[in-house]
Design a protein around this ligand. Structure first.
Ligand code: SF4
Length: 400
């Protein structure tokens, strides 16, 4: 994806002053302050920064948890593995502003007294990170390429990979903040979150809160894809109006059937609701969606929502790490029933079977892959309910 713009007005944020050059970066942003853990925790609490990797977890909590584990030298990881096929924002950020990410990583590593520091990124970002580390004369930070797999960025999969295993989720009872890489407390933080932290440490929480909503502060990176001309990565305020955002990118909302928000583990928002929906947890909750890792995927009115959803569900079914039975067998079965529905098979029990299988797989995996897939499939049935009724009659609005 090639287009990268910032839509922030007035305040310099992640993509508004991009430079991969260290001297320019330092000249522009100034020195990085040195903060201890209590100062960082206070700063993060005041700012209300939540993780930008997908789960939206308060950033201060993970940091405080690792510090509370009491190990002398915890492990710190910048996670830029974008297994999500619709997301490019971490790769774009690492390409344009790698030093902001490395600043954030240096801040937390120094505060925690970490001696083992990792950057874990997809193939697209390896070169820019390697160049940035060389420019900083940083020989301590270890760079690891993440495989191109949906679950490769899951926290315990990251830990598994960094300690020499495959990038597959581990069946865990302990959080990685308590027992991660080789049993040491490990802070795994998304690269965008670290970049925000690097700015926040310099400019303070009031500056951060000048953008966004009182309950969801700051900006976030989005990857726009699907049926629109101006695809790409952009920076928007948290809580930005979805309809207005798409209209500014030249989208006629009347041509939108639905928008997938949050990625393949996200949920559909109907086109008719876009004008009244914000990119915020509060506004998206009624659709079972969340901003997640900032994916916004547009489905035009000329495309069948059930067919598009079945395609995604089939792909997700193949992404199982083949460790947990309900995931290995249940997700392909779920995708298969949705595909039969999408193909207009006239079997009345298909919808019931989708719901049954969704319940069977939910909460039954070592990671959240089955839960996220079931949520996505349920969202498809709810948002495309008219299509479901038509398909069961052998008809389809798009094919008619
Ligand atoms: S739930 Fe699925 S993806 Fe997650 S660990 Fe188990 S088999 Fe792997």
């Amino acid at each position: 994806m090639s287009i990268s713009t910032s839509e922030r007005v007035g305040v310099a944020r992640l993509l508004s002053t991009p430079t991969p050059d260290l001297a320019e970066h330092r000249a522009h942003f100034g020195p990085l302050p040195c903060l201890d853990v209590p100062q960082l925790v206070d700063l993060l609490k005041c700012a209300g920064l939540v993780g930008r990797g997908g789960a939206g977890f308060p950033t201060w909590r993970k940091l405080a948890d690792v510090a509370a584990a009491g190990a002398r030298h915890p492990v710190v990881v910048a996670n830029g593995a974008e297994g999500e096929p619709l997301s490019d924002k971490d790769a774009v950020l690492l390409h344009r502003s790698p030093h902001l990410v490395l600043d954030g990583l240096a801040l937390v590593a120094s505060a925690l007294g970490a001696r083992e520091v990792h950057v874990y990124v997809g193939a697209a970002a390896v070169q820019s990170v390697r160049a940035a580390l060389a420019e900083r004369g940083d020989r301590r930070t270890q760079l690891t390429e993440a495989p191109d797999a949906f679950v490769a960025g899951e926290e315990s999969a990251v830990v598994n990979r960094l300690q020499g295993g495959p990038a597959l989720p581990l069946d865990r009872t302990l959080r990685v903040t308590r027992s991660g890489v080789r049993g040491r407390p490990t802070l795994v933080q998304n690269v965008e979150t670290l970049a925000h932290l690097a700015l926040l440490a310099r400019y303070g929480p009031d500056w951060f809160r000048a953008a966004g909503r009182p309950d969801e502060a700051g900006t976030r990176l989005l990857t726009l894809s699907g049926d629109l001309a101006r695809r790409g990565v952009l920076e928007v305020e948290s809580g930005a109006g979805l309809g207005a955002l798409l209209a500014r990118r030249g989208v006629d909302l009347r041509d939108v059937r639905a928008v997938l928000v949050g990625g393949y583990h996200g949920a559909w928002v109907p086109g008719a609701e876009l004008a009244h929906t914000e990119l915020s947890v509060a506004s998206l909750r009624r659709f079972g969606a969340a901003p997640g890792a900032g994916v916004v995927h547009v489905l035009g009115t000329r495309r069948c929502g059930l067919a598009a959803s079945a395609e995604i569900a089939s792909w997700l079914g193949q992404q199982s790490a083949r460790q947990c039975g309900p995931c290995v067998n249940g997700l392909p079965a779920l995708a298969d029933v949705l595909t039969r529905l999408a193909r207009r098979e006239r079997t009345p029990g298909l919808v019931r079977e989708v719901h049954r299988l969704s319940e069977v797989v939910t909460g039954r995996g070592s990671c959240r892959h089955p839960d996220g897939t079931a949520r996505f499939v349920r969202s498809a049935l709810a948002v495309f309910d008219n299509d479901v009724a038509a398909h069961l009659q052998g008809a389809c609005e798009v094919a008619a």
